[in-house]
Design a protein around this ligand. Structure first.
Ligand code: UD1
Ligand code: UDP
Length: 366
């Protein structure tokens, strides 16, 4: 039986690896090992609990105010003995976090083949998103198997000649698979009750390049929007990064139409998305999930590695300029035809079978 080891450490990696872990385990043709770095502690554990996944190894690296060097060093050192002990036939990493990059590097240094789930996303701007663009390019150089979510991500890898030494497959994104487990029509929650008949705008922000002034501009836009629209309520699950929390408290505390809450479990979050009127976010994963729900996402970034969503008509890149954000929200709230155009967008990230496709491929190639 071939041994597949999955290594991940943050909330989004866990959400998108969960359906794959379940699919690999269901088949009984693989020996599946789960290794978490716990680059995120609470936000990772929240996902593990919801999907009922236990780890075989936990290197528990998170510390407050961790630097990129801290994470890289602790993941590399922590993984070495585990890889030597487990000797997996393939080590799978997901996306573009520093756990992903250091996980792939640790595998390579120990001569272990690497599979990259969510491969080939690019902005080709090494500071946006930072450090994710360089993280995923490094993993792209190391990986033996690239599981690209779309034809566009495959074409990025082909342009980099990755097909010379490795294999590229288009599988869709496992984010869409995860939604099969979460969204339900009869969902209720007290925060949704608080929103009541108002229009809910869901906000998330955490990107390193937005910390500081850009995030302050986002929050000032939020304040202006509630000042202009008394039928709108903002729900803001605040990321556990202390730098995000401090800014959010400084700018948004004590405003009636804004509710700041702890990070939501993914089941709650997806159901909140499905009940939102508009979503404002600098998240990567949210950009992939929103098209499935027909919700407009205003992307609070200057670049996106997910242009498929813009082309499909569900994402609008607004950056972090206050006036631009306010203008776009005004338009969505006042122009019904414009708003409706977001509902019919087709999800470019697959049909929810990415995990099955990846498992099929692994059965063939290992
Ligand atoms: C990380 C990823 C980013 C991803 C994001 C998803 C890197 C460099 N960044 O960014 O690509 O989009 O996760 O959310 O890999 N914290 C807690 N508890 C938690 C999680 C975070 O207390 O469960 C706090 C800690 O103080 C930690 C800080 O948040 O030091 C920052 O976490 P970190 O993983 O370094 O960066 P993120 O901004 O979360
Ligand atoms: N998410 C969640 N709870 C929240 C906010 C987001 O479960 O309070 C989910 C969201 O549905 C998506 C993922 O977390 O699947 C995105 O994570 P994040 O924005 O932290 O990271 P990114 O995708 O930007 O790397």
């Amino acid at each position: 039986m071939k041994k597949v080891m999955l290594v991940f450490g943050t909330r989004p990696e866990a959400i998108k690896m969960a359906p794959l872990i379940k699919e690999l385990a269901r088949r009984k043709t693989f020996d599946v090992k789960v290794c978490v770095t716990a680059q995120h502690r609470q936000m990772l554990d929240q996902v593990m609990e919801i999907f009922d996944i236990d780890s075989d190894h936990d290197i528990n690296i998170m510390k407050q105010g961790q630097t990129l060097t801290d994470i890289t060093e602790r993941v590399l050192k922590g993984l070495e003995s585990i890889i030597k002990e487990e000797k997996p036939d393939v080590l799978l990493v997901h996306g573009d976090t520093t756990t992903t990059m250091a996980g792939a590097l640790a595998a390579y240094y120990n001569s272990t083949p690497v599979g990259h789930v969510e491969a080939g996303l690019r902005t080709y701007n090494k500071y946006s998103p930072y450090p994710e663009e360089v993280n995923r390019q490094i993993v792209g150089s190391i990986a033996d198997y690239h599981f690209a979510p779309t034809e566009l991500s495959k074409s990025n890898l082909l342009a980099e000649r990755k097909d010379q030494n490795s294999n590229i497959y288009v599988t869709g994104n496992t984010a869409i698979d995860a939604m099969k487990y979460t969204v339900s029509d009869d969902y209720t929650n007290e925060v949704i009750d608080w929103v009541s008949d108002s229009k809910m705008i869901l906000l998330t922000t955490h990107r390193r390049e937005n910390l500081g002034e850009p995030m302050r501009h986002i929050f000032r836009a939020v304040k202006e929007i509630v000042g202009r629209h008394d039928d709108v309520k903002f729900v803001f699950p605040v990321h556990l990064n202390p730098l995000v929390r401090q800014l959010a408290e400084e700018e948004l505390q004590g405003i009636d139409q804004i509710k700041m809450i702890e990070p939501l479990g993914v089941t709650d979050f997806h159901n909140f998305m499905s009940r939102s009127k508009i979503i404002l976010s600098d998240s990567g994963g949210v950009q992939e999930e929103a098209p499935s729900l027909g919700k407009p996402v205003l992307v609070l970034r200057d670049t996106t590695e997910r242009p498929e969503g813009i082309e499909a008509g569900t994402l609008v890149m607004v950056g972090t300029d206050k006036d631009r954000i306010v203008e776009e929200v005004d338009k969505l709230l006042s122009d019904e035809d414009y708003y409706s155009s977001f509902k019919d967008a087709k999800n470019p990230y697959g049909d929810g079978t990415a995990s099955m496709q990846i498992a099929d491929i692994l059965e063939k190639v290992l």
